[in-house]
Ligand binder design. Structure first.
Ligand code: NDP
Length: 452
């Protein structure tokens, strides 16, 4: 069979781009890639990158308040979205171009078009062209899920935040996951009056309970009007925004309503089921540990497979796929001990097991401390940092680490190295503290606060 390409990648996000670059640049494969939207995908265009820049923007208000206490004469005139937004757009343009250049430099042919599968080796583009490829990689990512009530009322998703012409005066954020909590904090920091509804008992389901409680408390202290056990019952557009009635009977008009109620894989209309590619209950592509689907020539990586939906994981999966299929180097992407950070204010950094997971499995010791960090204590702020280690009582290995603190994302990356190497509590104890820092508390917790 004659093929136009050794590999055709559908989707130019983190996973697809990495796979294409490694397959072409390092393993010499002939690679084509189709992207229907902007190159870079969710992370670069409407996710991690613009979000993090907004996190930075939103942090300055508190820093300016602190600066005054530290003796700086700071005059604050407020946040100007119209200054920030064009700079954000320009940065995303720069990154998008860099992604495209990286692909082209690796020898990948980029098609700015939507691609669908015609058979196990053929893709058809929206331009009308068809290409035959020995292997096809689906890396189409995911998109925000809106419940019908929100869709009907024209609620926003996280995609829309970056495109706002102006910041609203008030917003209701619905959801209690990564995205809802991050945007509640960002918008609050930028001066928007933020209310957040979460239907469950505590935000950030899946994270360590103590850490969740700590984050929730500080989010509230920071000014977000967070209501748990609360959901939207009715909503409709009215003059000046959206009228919302909640399950606790409250009625209020918000200028904007943002739903951050999860994401769904982009698998519709690609011709997958017709081909025999198995889809899961949420529409995700079912793959084995090599990212191979039920159709041997078709692979999938990233959020479209709904494994661990994080950019660095998609990148690992894409890289492992390229090494396995084109580099004669069978590699599986690892999905355990993946550290993550929720960029709330303060941040939550987490790696390994939660206390709840660990204690169901084996005897554990829990080391935990909460304190007011030097920098904000001096400024008179009530912020408290939390550091927690979950230790196996038998092997002494540190099973999990959870940090709620400014820069927790930076700290957890390093803790993750030690934990992946199998560090014991005694290894942490032997490590001399870096003083004065917040992170030194990780190596100075002497006594367990409880055993389980
Ligand atoms: P999550 O799955 O984390 O959270 C979805 C939230 O919406 C949950 O609180 C869920 O409640 C709630 N919810 C779901 N359906 C409804 C509904 N019909 N009505 C009301 N509430 C509902 O999704 P996100 O959208 O926040 O993020 C998607 C993924 O993106 C994350 O899981 C993460 O993998 C990734 N991400 C990572 C980031 C990072 O690394 N910093 C940042 C942003 C995203 P319940 O808990 O009850 O199910």
């Amino acid at each position: 069979m004659v093929f136009d390409y050794d590999l055709f990648v559908i989707g130019g996000g983190s996973g697809g781009v990495r796979a294409a670059r490694i397959a072409a640049g390092e393993h010499g494969a002939r690679v084509g890639l189709a992207e229907e939207d902007r190159m870079g995908g969710t992370c670069v265009i409407r996710g991690c990158v613009p979000k993090k820049l907004m996190v930075f923007a939103s942090g300055y208000r508190a820093q300016m308040d602190d600066a005054r206490v530290y003796g700086w004469d700071v005059a604050e005139k407020g946040f100007d979205w119209s200054t920030f937004r064009p700079r954000l757009d320009a940065e995303l343009d720069r990154l998008e171009a860099a992604y495209r250049r990286g692909l082209e430099n690796a020898g990948v042919t980029v098609h700015d078009a939507r691609a669908v599968l015609e058979d196990a080796h053929t893709v058809r583009l929206s331009t009308g062209e068809t290409f035959r490829a020995r292997h096809i990689l689906i890396a189409t990512g995911g998109r925000p899920f809106l419940p019908p009530i929100a869709e009907e009322a024209g609620a926003m998703t996280s995609n829309d935040v970056f495109k706002l012409d102006a910041l609203p005066k008030s917003i209701l954020v619905v959801g209690g996951g990564f995205i809802a909590c991050e945007f509640a904090c960002i918008l609050n920091g930028l001066g928007v009056e933020v209310t957040q509804y979460y239907r469950g008992a505590q935000i950030l389901r899946g994270f360590d309970d103590e850490a969740r409680g700590h984050v929730a408390e500080l989010i509230r202290e920071g000014g977000v009007n967070l209501h748990v056990g609360t959901d939207v019952l009715e909503m409709k557009p009215v003059d000046g925004g959206t009228w919302v009635k909640s399950t606790d009977g409250r009625e209020k008009v918000y200028e904007k309503v943002l739903f951050a109620t999860g994401r769904v894989p982009n698998t519709e209309g690609l011709g997958l089921e017709e081909l025999g590619v198995e889809l899961g209950r949420r529409g995700e592509i079912v793959v084995d540990e090599w990212s191979q689907t039920a159709v041997p020539s078709v692979y999938a990586v990233g959020d479209v497979t709904d494994r661990v939906n994080l950019t660095p994981v998609a990148i690992r999966e894409g890289h492992a796929f390229a090494d396995t299929v084109f580099g004669s180097k069978p590699t599986k992407a690892e999905h355990d001990l993946v550290a993550s950070a929720v960029f709330t204010q303060p941040e939550l950094g987490s790696v390994g097991m939660t206390e709840e997971e660990a204690r169901d499995e084996r005897p554990i010791e829990v080391y935990s401390t909460s304190f007011r960090p030097m920098q904000t204590l001096f400024a008179g702020r009530p912020d408290r940092v939390m550091m927690k280690l979950i230790v196996c009582a038998e092997t002494r290995k540190v099973l999990g680490c959870h940090i709620v603190a400014p820069q927790a994302g930076e700290m957890i990356q390093l803790a993750a190295v030690a934990i992946r190497m199998g560090a014991t509590k005694e290894d942490f104890d032997r490590t001399v503290a870096v003083h004065p820092t917040m992170a030194e508390e990780l190596v100075t917790m002497r006594k367990p606060v409880r055993t389980a």
